[in-house]
Ligand binder design. Structure first.
Ligand code: ZN
Length: 621
């Protein structure tokens, strides 16, 4: 028995070790970004050989981005050419990069695009870069936060948002794209957007006009630790890539993750995995310096997920038969990517509930990501969709002056619309009462009990705060009620209009309270919003579902403990197969309820799926 165990372990060990480094990943390319500070060092004798040797033994790299400028450090022609040659001789693709910062350490100080001297410098940097590369990428900082006297003067009576949107759109054309293409007509200029998409317009990132102007987009998918200063939810690593893909289909060239804000190693892996669940064709590891950070033992989590810290640290077999003992974060990247590469080939194109976010809109910031965290697959789109069974709108959609007309058209088509309480409130007095007359009050209610449909009342340990909604009895109906003692208010509310249904979803004041809603409440919300997808989830919050168009899906848990969830398929007589292990899981038939001798809906099949902490499983059916 012991011998068998040893053989099995050896097989497992071999599985993770052989060929991983020499071979390309099957489903994506890997790029490593190099800041100007490190590119400059590449000119020093021996530095690059040593760094590359350690890096490339731990993770397969297809491409390198060499930055030409950051914080007014401009890398010389000689050093750029030396580094380019080094990588090209190794068969590595090479692209350029620019970070338009004056001083990153001074609150990310950007250039002033009202200042002629700064504009000249911006253009010179683009020209210098285009001279050396047929593709370059702008890292995160092609925006402006400048409020100097020149900017105040130039802004005039415009809002900062309107001024900067126009300023940066013109700067993209006049200072970067056109000058770069004048130097090198073959150059592709790619803009990489950071993770804070909801706030872009205020600093001049122009998602309405820039995607058409640039040759490609790139996506910052880092979510780090959600208790950190950005409070980004983990699901954003997926949702933001999908959103930008919908801005310029086929030209969102990759996702980008750094090692910042880590408290445990699985969090790093999760960011890479979610980026690739979104079907990013390339993942950029930021950056060559961070890839040299040591593998710190204090990043080992208390739980055991599919990211196995010990497995990661095992020596890797090299092509020449030698082994290499992992020492740096590059191995955490390599190991994480090997795990996800095993399943990605089985997954088709991602699908989700369309949530319309008009350009330059803001409201209930980043709420779609919280929906993703409770198992509702979301696809953020920049246009109101016209052929969807359900459209999901948050407050951000209130920026569209024609939104009421678009909602009415969707309902008249026989589709449904789910809006949040924040959306309804923002639309009060702007025609939304034409669909249903409600009042989202300024009062607050503390609730911890819930009644969903005719099911039993369920409760949670903590009180959560919601805005009470008032409605006209018998004009619209409470579907899910939130209760405090003998009083209660709608958590999910429904109104008929033409051939469709209009739902209002009361969002807790603290969005994260969505995660602790009772399972039956979450299940009802999932059914209402995402019931039309082929796959549905039942279970607690903080478990995400990723659905694809080819009978495949992924379930990922962000919980610290193992969890068992139910997966629902709206067909019968099927099994699901775990892509990584090949395990087949049989389902249980759940017959549609019968009311007055009539079946209400279709029979479905329910599968019980157990997910380890901070882990995923991919399935086909
Ligand atoms: Zn300025």
């Amino acid at each position: 028995m012991k011998k068998l165990r040893t053989i099995l372990l050896a097989m497992l060990f071999g599985f993770y070790c052989t060929g991983a480094f020499a071979q390309k990943y099957r489903n994506f390319d890997v790029a490593v970004y190099c800041r100007a500070y490190e590119v400059e060092k590449m000119g020093q004798p021996g530095w690059l050989e040593s760094v590359w040797d350690t890096l490339s033994k731990q993770v397969h790299v297809d491409k390198i981005y060499l930055e030409t400028h950051r914080d007014l450090l401009i890398v010389s022609d000689e050093t750029l050419e030396f580094a380019k040659k080094f990588f090209r001789e190794k068969g590595i693709e090479v692209g350029g990069g620019i970070t338009y910062t004056i001083d990153e350490s001074n609150n990310f100080e950007t250039f002033c695009y009202s200042n002629p001297e700064h504009r000249k410098k911006v253009q010179e940097i683009a020209e210098h870069t285009a001279k050396h590369f047929d593709e370059f990428i702008l890292d995160d900082f092609f925006f402006t936060s400048c409020k100097c006297d020149l900017c105040i003067e130039a802004k005039g009576d415009l809002s900062w948002t309107d001024y900067r949107l126009q300023l940066m759109r013109n700067a993209a054309v006049d200072l970067v794209i056109n000058p770069a293409k004048a130097v090198n007509p073959d150059v592709d200029v790619v803009i990489k957007y950071p993770n804070w998409y909801e706030h872009f317009q205020g600093l001049g990132f122009n998602l309405e006009e820039e995607p058409a102007l640039f040759d490609g987009l790139y996506t910052g998918t880092e979510t780090r630790d959600r208790s950190g200063n950005q409070h980004l939810q983990q699901y954003l690593s997926y949702a933001i890539f999908r959103y930008f893909e919908n801005l310029k289909p086929g030209e969102n060239r990759g996702g980008w993750v750094d090692t910042g804000g880590l408290r445990y190693m699985d969090r790093y892996a999760e960011q890479l995995w979610l980026t690739l669940f979104a079907k990013a064709p390339e993942i950029t590891l930021f950056d060559i310096r961070q890839m040299r950070y040591p593998l710190r033992e204090n990043l080992r989590p208390e739980w055991q997920g599919i990211f196995d810290f010990d497995e990661m640290k095992k020596p890797v077999e090299l092509e020449d038969g030698n082994t290499f003992q992992p020492v740096t974060m590059a191995r955490a990247a390599g190991y994480s990517l090997e795990i996800v590469d095993e399943v990605l080939g089985a997954l088709g194109n991602p699908v989700g509930v369309k949530s319309y976010k008009p350009f330059h809109s803001v409201g209930e910031d980043f709420l779609q990501n919280y929906f993703g965290m409770i198992g509702i697959p979301v696809e953020i789109v920049p246009e109101f969709p016209v052929d969807e069974p359900v459209v999901l709108l948050t407050q951000t959609a209130s920026f569209d002056p024609d939104i009421v007309g678009k909602i009415k058209a969707q309902l008249k088509r026989g589709g449904n619309v789910v809006v949040t309480s924040g959306f309804y409130k923002a639309m009060e007095g702007k025609g939304i009462e034409d669909i249903v007359e409600l009042r989202v009050t300024d009062r607050k209610a503390n609730v911890k009990k819930f009644a969903a449909g005719w099911g039993p009342t369920t409760s949670i340990d903590k009180e959560i705060l919601i805005p009470p909604i008032n409605y006209l009895t018998n004009d619209s109906w409470e579907i899910i009620s939130a209760l405090d003692d003998t009083n209660g208010w709608p958590l999910l509310h429904s109104a008929d209009y033409s051939k469709g249904k209009f739902f209002v979803w009361t969002i807790p004041d603290n969005f994260i309270d969505l995660y602790i809603l009772p399972e039956n409440v979450l299940n009802w919300l999932r059914e209402t919003v995402a019931g039309n997808l082929d796959v549905q989830l039942e279970g607690p919050g903080e478990v995400s579902l990723f659905v694809y168009d080819n009978n495949s899906f992924v379930v990922h848990s962000f919980l610290d403990e193992e969890v068992t969830v139910s997966v629902l398929l709206d067909k019968t007589g099927v099994e699901i197969t775990d892509v990584a292990s090949g395990e087949e899981i049989e389902g249980i038939l759940r017959e549609a309820p019968v009311f007055r001798n009539r079946k209400m809906g279709e029979d479905i099949t329910v599968f019980e799926v157990t997910i380890k902490p901070h882990s995923f499983r991919a399935f086909t059916f």
